[in-house]
Design a protein around this ligand. Sequence first.
Ligand code: ADP
Length: 222
Amino acid sequence: MGARLVIMGPPGVGKGTQGELLAERFGVPRLSTGDMIRAALEAGTPLGERVRAYYEAGELVPDEVVLGLVAEAFDGSEASGGFVLDGFPRTVPQADGLGELLAARGIGLDAVLSLEAPEEELVDRISGRRVCAACGLVTHVRAVGEAAACPDSDCRAGLIQRSDDRAETVRNRLAVYGAQTEPLLAYYARSETGLTAVDGTGTLEAVRDRLFETLRTAEMAG
Ligand code: ADP
């Protein structure tokens, strides 16, 4: 069963984690522009060098760069059976660009999901977030303590903090979200697909179940 989904929400709300669970559930790839950008930064490609300063300051990278990355992912056969877009679109021009990419392929979106949580919870989740430098696992200091090794018993590499997860950058990312991305909620609410808001508080499993249930109900209604 394919699906064409967008998962939106502020930094730290759990888009990546829940986007991955949705992608697994529907058997489609998760296309995360944040992951694409981090891969370019790590590989030190010219594109990576071009966007490093934006990324580290918690600013958005230019729309044309991100649209190029998404177009490339769409052109690979990977996304032909559906996708979960995570962290994209983030600006009105990106949403317009996505509309054009979809229209050119004769397809539409099945749902635009908006995950929501109060700001204190977002700051706590992001500032405590740790990622494994080797396998990419994402966890929280609450679960593993400070300076821990990767909890995956086959990995055990060191956990690090993402360079844009430092406290001063986090505040900027939240401000950027409010100024540039929040207007997209109204944009999609007015669109043919509509906007589906989902409560992002509680455990990972509780949020997952809420998302699955919301999509199941929407399918039955549609
Ligand atoms: P989060 O949603 O927690 O901020 P992401 O991995 O989605 O994490 O994004 C991290 C950073 O990557 C952003 O602060 C921004 O610099 C860059 N980025 C990711 N997606 C986009 C996008 N669609 N447009 C512009 N910049 C982006």
